[in-house]
Design a protein around this ligand. Structure first.
Ligand code: 5GP
Ligand code: MN
Length: 331
């Protein structure tokens, strides 16, 4: 372990031991790493004998509902409880907790930020940011080891889920020997790979599959097929009786095309914003493209939300992506 990492973990542990009542947050539209990390952190704090309330602006996606304590996660701030400190997990910046909770984080006496995003605006009194980590759940595994805390089945399951989903089932470039060492340890602590994969990947509703079929019909290729795009409209959601949250993993279908170094999915959020999700291969840094529009993420997985109407946002953004990929623009 590097000296800096040891130091950062020690700072986190000192803060965890120092305070008693914690509020816990992760990012809006939580994914597997966000849900795994918030559940895991809740379990870790309870093992330390601390009081903790977890908050997410958006509800837990159904595929992560099997992670035990998600029912306890609150969706609105509490004005009756006083907290000593706030912990942010998997949040590239403070705004990512969502507007409902931004004031609670800003008002916190002490903020602990635990994250692995490339674009992280340090927000905390303690900022432990590990861009080399596959996932926030990998970092929380290291935290457990430093605390000499052996995960029980529920904690191992939460950590496994975050690592599984943030490595794209051990396929992305953030998958390395250390990931497999941790995964092996987590299975030893009771995580069940087949059961977890069944919940995460094979629990879709018929409506979700119908929505995916509609989205896949919109596929287009640009820049000599190096860019693949697709779009999701509100009417597709209405026509298929599905919901927006069910489209979370759709972008992964786009990147299966061999020629496509960049995949872009445009989604109408229904709030006058277009959610632009990007995935890339090789040297293409989509976090930089997302940053231009106030978003962020990782080199190979990033997103932003752009105000406007789908078709104009789409053509503007594809123009930027084509110039970037053709090397015409320096981002
Ligand atoms: P997605 O396409 O799944 O919405 O997001 C891809 C990645 O970018 C995720 O790791 C997500 O956490 C991150 N991300 C998405 N939107 C934002 C944003 O507005 N700001 C930052 N900093 N990261 C984002
Ligand atoms: Mn993550």
């Amino acid at each position: 372990m590097s000296d800096l990492k040891t130091l950062k973990i020690r700072e986190v542990i000192t803060a965890l031991l120092n305070y008693e009542r914690f509020m816990l947050f992760t990012h809006v539209h939580p994914d597997g790493d966000a849900m795994g990390a918030i559940v895991a952190m809740q379990l870790i704090l309870r093992r330390l004998g601390k009081r903790v309330d977890a908050y997410t602006q958006d509800p837990c996606p159904p595929e992560y509902a099997f992670l035990g304590s998600v029912q306890e996660i609150r969706n609105r701030p509490s004005d009756s409880v006083e907290y000593d400190a706030a912990i942010l997990v998997d949040c590239g910046d403070m705004e990512r907790v969502g507007e409902k909770f931004l004031d609670s984080v800003k008002a916190a006496h002490f903020v602990i930020n635990i994250d692995h995003h490339l674009v992280n605006k340090p927000v905390g009194n303690v900022n432990w940011v590990e861009t080399a980590a596959s996932s926030t759940c990998e970092m929380l595994f290291d935290l457990c080891m430093s605390l000499s805390l052996a995960p029980d089945k529920a904690l191992a399951t939460a950590l496994y889920t975050g690592i599984l989903t943030d490595t794209g089932s051990f396929r992305y470039s953030n998958t390395n020997a250390r990931v497999f060492e941790i995964i092996s340890a987590l299975v030893g602590f009771g995580a069940e790979p087949a059961r977890i994969a069944g919940h995460v990947y094979d629990s879709a509703s018929p409506e979700k599959l119908k929505l995916l079929a509609r989205v896949l019909q919109t596929i287009e290729f640009h820049a000599s097929s190096r860019i693949v795009t697709a779009e999701l409209t509100r009417s597709m959601i209405a026509d298929t009786s599905s919901n927006y949250m069910e489209s979370e993993g759709f972008i992964n279908h786009l990147r299966s095309v061999k020629s496509a170094d960049m995949a872009i999915l445009f989604r109408e959020t229904g709030e006058g914003l277009i959610h632009v999700s990007m995935r890339s291969r090789g040297d293409i840094n989509v976090a930089r493209l997302a940053q231009r529009h106030g978003g962020g993420g990782h080199k190979q997985a990033a997103a932003c939300r752009i105000p406007g109407e789908l078709h104009s946002v789409r053509s503007m953004f594809i123009g930027e992506a084509v110039s970037y990929i053709n090397g015409k623009s320096n981002v």
